[in-house]
Ligand binder design. Structure first.
Ligand SMILES: [Zn+2]
Length: 489
């Protein structure tokens, strides 16, 4: 009997909080300035310079913790994590060791496409710390330079640590996607991975069990993954690598040999960087320059009251109130709160969630993606969108011409009336319409017979013929007249 193999994954997510200034000084956190211009004696670690806490960072951390169902520490403290690296001028990082601001939370993962089982991912802790600077190495030439930019040093980070509940690269990606959606909706981070506002480390190993034997392959920590797809691929590669190692070495495997590995996106491999130090090597001790921070339950309650319904709640209400499928609800909620608000307003007026959802997913999302913009900058107002969809729903405009109208409303910012006029779409008076219906009925006795025999779909054929006589016939009205003729005939 062979060993049963399970991939075990835990994540550490570093989220840059959206504050205007750094965690312990008033330097700006703006991205993209000339190197080393956003610095001061505090974040440069000059002797005698004293840190002062940015309370906003604390509030954003608490807000995130509440959204992740965490316990919030009412008396939290700061610790120095000591290590030497050129991008850390102080020689230590201010972090939180034993009293993190948030702990013992969870995030539930539900996959509408059922590619993986529903899973609760526990949040072990989320603590505040300051970021280090950024070093870059010029590898284009021999003897190239290494450069340090300390603009980022001291920027507030929330490090969110999960318990090892995840089981595949796909699950890890789903977790991160949901987490990012929550962080964006809470407006606690811009989550811009290119600018380093969201960075992920993944801890991966295999658990091997057979009867009462339990063995684990050494944990590999894959550092600084900067895309969700990269996270998924790195985890799948690493899990496979450890499986092969287990197949080769079997019981001689050194279970304690922890490793730090990097991810090479181009070759699609994780690469050994070093064997990992224990946390004791950092010689943590309480920061003597900073006091214990107290947060009252009133303060926590005030922050809690600012939290809008979370993505999971919004999906549920789209499904129950507008009868959307889990998949459609997922697509809409993935676009963020303003998009869902836009949908709900229109769908409430139109009374047909599926119709509105289709239009938003096809026309509106295509436009927003093409223009690289968001719903706040969408040129068609809710009122105009409602007017157009009402016309379609009443059968006064067919979908394909409706899309032409929408195109003009989006691209040329015309009103619906102006777009109809531009396209020469006008309503026929009832006599004209009756005459066209009469003509179609007389010329197509065989199709009329098919409809009489119960083939309702054949009406579409007659509507098509009516349209060739006059493009402006309103399909819904033609259908109605033909059905009336059949009923009375
Ligand atoms: Zn500073």
């Amino acid at each position: 009997m062979s060993f049963e193999q399970t991939t075990i994954i835990g994540l550490e997510v570093h989220v840059q909080l959206k504050t205007r200034s750094k965690l312990f000084c008033s330097c700006t956190t703006l991205f993209g300035a000339s190197p080393n211009t956003h610095t001061c004696p505090v974040c440069m670690g000059a002797p005698g310079a004293l840190p002062v806490l940015n309370r906003q960072a604390m509030d954003l951390a608490i807000k995130t913790g509440l959204a992740l169902n965490c316990r919030i520490e009412t008396a939290t403290k700061w610790d120095r994590k000591n290590y030497f690296y050129p991008d850390l001028p102080k020689g230590y990082q201010i972090s939180q060791l034993d009293r993190p601001i948030c702990s013992n939370g969870y995030l539930d993962l539900i996959d509408p496409e059922a590619q993986f089982a529903d899973r609760r991912v526990e949040i072990e802790r989320a603590h505040l710390e300051e970021d280090a600077g950024k070093s870059s190495h010029d590898e284009t030439q021999m003897g190239g330079e290494s450069k340090i930019d300390l603009n980022r040093a001291g920027t507030p980070l929330l490090e969110i640590v999960t318990r090892p509940n995840l089981r595949s690269g796909m699950e890890a990606k789903a977790f991160l996607t949901e987490l990012k959606l929550i962080l964006s909706n809470l407006n606690v981070s811009d989550c811009n991975m290119q600018e380093g506002s969201l960075r992920v480390d993944a801890n991966v190993n295999l658990h091997l069990t057979k009867e009462d034997q339990r063995i684990a392959t050494p944990i590999a920590e894959i550092k600084n993954l900067n895309s969700f797809r990269g996270v998924q691929r790195a985890i799948d590669f690493e899990s496979d690598r450890q499986r092969k190692q287990w197949n080769n070495d079997g019981l001689t495997i050194d279970q304690a040999a922890k490793q730090t590995r990097g991810w090479d996106d181009e070759s699609g491999q994780t690469i050994l960087q070093r064997t990992k130090e224990d946390s004791a090597d950092y010689r943590y001790f309480p920061d003597p320059d900073l006091v214990v921070i107290h947060t009252t339950s009133q303060q926590i309650e005030a922050i809690n009251s600012e939290i809008r319904p979370l993505p999971s709640a919004r999906r549920a209400s789209l499904m129950s109130d507008f009868s959307l499928s889990a998949y459609d609800a997922g697509v809409l909620v993935h676009q963020g709160d303003p998009f869902v608000d836009f949908f709900e307003t229109i769908a409430r007026h139109i009374g047909d969630g599926k119709l509105v959802s289709n239009w938003l997913q096809q026309e509106v999302l295509r436009y927003l993606n093409e223009k690289q913009t968001d719903i706040d900058h969408f040129p068609v107002s809710e009122e105009q969108f409602i007017a157009l969809l009402e016309r379609i729903k009443e059968g006064k405009l067919d979908t394909s011409r409706g899309k032409n109208v929408m195109e003009l409303m989006m691209e040329e910012r015309l009103s619906m009336e102006q777009s109809l006029e531009r396209l020469g779409i006008e309503s026929l008076d009832s006599e004209e319409l009756a005459a066209i219906c009469q003509q179609v009925i007389e010329e197509n006795p065989d199709i009329i017979q098919q409809i009489r025999n119960g083939n309702d779909k054949a009406i579409g054929n007659l509507i098509g013929k009516a349209k060739t006589i006059n493009r402006n016939v309103e399909p819904g009205l033609v259908r109605k007249q033909i059905l009336t003729f059949i009923k009375n005939g």
